[in-house]
Design a protein around this ligand. Structure first.
Ligand code: ATP
Ligand code: MG
Length: 265
């Protein structure tokens, strides 16, 4: 098991049954929040009486209360394994959650929360939950966790990959093995430098460079030097959020191939 998954699981103290605990994981896009939350969920969900992994909270609830209502319904249905549960409004959802969630020791992951309102509807108060329950929230915005009153000791900034991990992940994509091919060691180090050790960009660039000529590597490096990572990510932001993971990767590659000038609609 990866060290960061192990550390997160130990901080959840799932054997301690007296309290309800909310853990927050924050970090920039592509840092690996969802991946980490999913790994934790897969490892420990068996220890709970009910479980729910809610993807894309920000996206689903954006601009409409129906979205939040839908997510409340999803949590209740998942936890009680009952497809007949309905939620008629956000406040109905809150009432049902208050009334019902305390019956089961639950593990709930709220992935990619963007606004406090979303937490108020899905995990408003610790008292909603049965002791022993654990709530994991991932977000790009640490402020959301603070506003929700998550204790500072339970807020974790997701650590980026170490240089070694980054080279290994990159090589798996670019060379289909754990380390760079002969003659590509220095180029690989340089490309990884420009990914800022962000898993998403490492994977995308690794896949893009797989099987490419040395000239393309050098050309890509030149482009990376002129497009700061932050800017590239920001440029993609508008269309990026609604895309599925694979589409995101393709979208990033085409931006790179076209020298970063492409305007993403
Ligand atoms: N530790 C890791 N090892 C290898 N690949 C990883 C790791 N963490 C994340 N990834 C990969 O990096 C990409 C981005 O990860 P993920 O979707 O978890 O990021 P995120 O922080 O949730 O991003 P967003 O803020 O956009 O939701 C995915 O393709 C994922 O498979
Ligand atoms: Mg995510």
């Amino acid at each position: 098991m990866e060290t960061r998954v192990k550390n997160a699981i130990s901080s959840l103290e799932i054997d301690s049954k007296d309290d309800v605990r909310i853990i927050g994981i924050w970090g920039m896009r592509g840092a690996g929040k969802t991946t980490l939350a999913q790994a934790i969920f897969d490892h420990i969900s068996v220890c709970f009486e009910g479980k729910s992994f809610v993807d894309n909270v920000r996206e689903v609830s954006k601009g409409s209360l129906f979205g939040l209502q839908k997510l409340q319904k999803q949590v209740l249905r998942d936890v009680f394994n009952d497809r007949s549960i309905y939620v008629t409004s956000v406040s109905d959802g809150i009432n049902k959650m208050k009334r019902m969630m305390s019956r089961r020791k639950v593990l709930v992951v709220l992935d990619d929360v963007g606004h406090i309102e979303q937490l108020e509807a899905l995990a408003g108060e610790l008292t909603w939950f049965k002791p022993g329950s654990r709530i994991i929230i991932t977000t790009r915005d640490k402020q959301v966790l603070i506003a929700q009153g998550v204790h500072v000791d339970n807020i974790y900034n997701i650590s980026l990959l170490s240089r070694e991990e980054a080279i290994c992940l990159f090589s798996r994509r670019a060379f289909k093995r754990e380390f760079p091919s002969q003659g590509y060691e220095e180029l690989s180090q340089q490309v990884v430098y420009y990914t800022s050790c962000l898993p998403l960009t490492i994977k995308v660039l690794g896949s893009f460079l797989y099987g490419k000529s040395e000239a393309t590597w050098v050309d890509t490096l030149d482009k990376l030097k002129t497009i700061p990572l932050e800017e590239t990510l920001k440029k993609l932001e508008i269309s990026y959020d609604g895309l599925e993971k694979d589409q995101k990767e393709i979208s990033y590659i085409s931006q790179l191939s076209e020298g970063g000038e492409r305007k993403v609609e």
